[in-house]
Design a protein around this ligand. Structure first.
Ligand SMILES: [Zn+2]
Length: 157
């Protein structure tokens, strides 16, 4: 059996990603700094998703490879969020309190990033309609569609 290739400083492993339309391409050095699920209302409103799984990278380990002109940045106090101007894909989430870190949606990476998303932030802001892994059953007459059997107790808003 061949010995696995060892990573060295001259041969660092990178994880690449891109937006939906492919205009914006980037990569980071692996392993990422962290990966986390963000259930906050602010992220929900800017991504239109119940939650977002972010991969954090030191900015010095991040490279924007293509599409700089397509990156649209929106700032509010303490944060900056970037999107692809062409396809609307959420790209980057930066926070003043972590100035050397850039967060990138896990879903945009084409390969493993070296971190499992084991952290959750903003749980108290999670909506009661978010899917939490409840039991599912096939929906009769709709192949590929599943339906929740029964909601447990309604969570606090
Ligand atoms: Zn795009």
């Amino acid at each position: 059996m061949e010995k696995p290739k060892r990573r060295t400083l001259s041969n660092p492993e990178r994880a690449a990603g891109k937006c939906r339309c492919g205009a914006v391409r980037f990569d980071i050095l692996v392993p990422a700094l962290w990966a986390w699920h963000d259930h906050s209302a602010a992220t929900r409103a800017t991504t239109s998703a119940a939650a977002m799984c972010w991969v954090g990278s030191w900015k010095k380990r991040f490279r924007l490879l293509e599409g700089e002109d397509e990156v649209t940045r929106w700032e509010e106090p303490g944060t900056a969020r970037s999107f692809c101007a062409r396809c609307g894909t959420p790209l980057f989430y930066e926070r003043d309190r972590s100035r050397h870190v850039i967060n990138i949606p896990r879903a945009l990476f084409e390969s493993r990033v070296g971190r499992e998303p084991r952290y959750h932030a903003g749980l108290k802001e999670m909506p009661d309609w978010a899917y939490l892994g409840e039991a599912l059953a096939p929906l009769k007459g709709y192949p590929g569609i599943m339906v929740e059997r029964k909601r447990k107790k309604k969570r606090a808003p």
